[in-house]
Design a protein around this ligand. Structure first.
Ligand code: 5RP
Length: 228
């Protein structure tokens, strides 16, 4: 498992070129991209600015010696490297298993070339069949949002224990939403979720990824471009 993550993360880091502004995603696969970027900065003199999508990534990027900037300083990202919990044949994704979906989507939406790093088990025919959809919600509105999600056919579950729920880097809660038969129309569901007051963001990422890097346990990685 971690050999495939390592292969994917490191292969994606080799896409980055000197002078680029790079969105730094979150998760255990991205970790290996950060590690490789740090090596390239040290060994090749690669010059980049990275914007982290979570406190966790910020900490790791600093440890690897990646120069950081803020979203105030970077208008467009040349490349963003991020993981996924599921990705389908159109490169639509479920993200947010690590709870960083809001910042990840803000950065992805400002990115020219989004590179997604996964192991083969993340590639699915229909979204929502192997992973519940994370939805970030304002704590005040959580019960109302749960009702709205049930009306859309989803079964929401609060992440973490009741009374001590998981909080995102933005101080919000996450509802992990199960759809019994998966998600048949991700674009329509994204719009419907966004229309519920109190929903901050959903983990549906549609028409954002351009390149998919699938790592394998033998240490190899396949790089595929959308539509190619
Ligand atoms: C975090 C994410 C991660 O990219 C996703 O959960 C994949 O993580 P990992 O590479 O650890 O499997 O969306 O919010």
């Amino acid at each position: 498992m971690s050999a495939s993550k390592r292969a994917a993360g490191r292969r994606a880091a080799d896409v980055v070129e000197t002078g680029q502004d790079v969105g730094l995603g979150t998760g255990s696969t991205v970790f290996f991209a950060l590690e490789r970027l740090g090596e390239r900065i040290r060994d090749e003199g690669l010059v980049i600015r990275g914007v982290p999508t979570s406190v966790d990534t910020e900490t790791k990027a600093r440890e690897f010696g990646i120069p950081l900037a803020t979203l105030d300083e970077v208008e467009r990202f040349d490349v963003t490297i991020d993981g996924a919990d599921e990705i389908d044949g159109d490169y639509a994704m479920i993200k947010g298993g690590g709870g960083a979906l809001l910042r990840e989507k803000v950065v992805a939406a400002a990115t020219e070339h989004m590179v997604v790093v996964v192991g083969p088990e993340k590639v699915v025919g229909t979204l929502g069949t192997t992973f519940d959809l994370p939805v970030e919600v304002v704590p005040f509105a959580r019960a109302a949002v749960e009702r709205g999600i049930r009306a859309l056919g989803g079964a929401p579950k609060l992440r973490g224990a009741e009374g001590a729920s998981y909080l995102t880097d933005n101080g919000n809660q996450i509802l992990d939403v199960h759809f019994e038969s998966g998600i048949s129309d991700a674009a329509q569901l994204e719009l419907a979720l966004d229309a519920i007051p109190g929903v901050v963001e959903s983990g549906l990422f549609i028409n954002l990824a351009r390149t998919l890097v699938i790592g394998h346990d033998d240490g190899s990685a396949d790089l595929r471009n959308k539509g190619a």
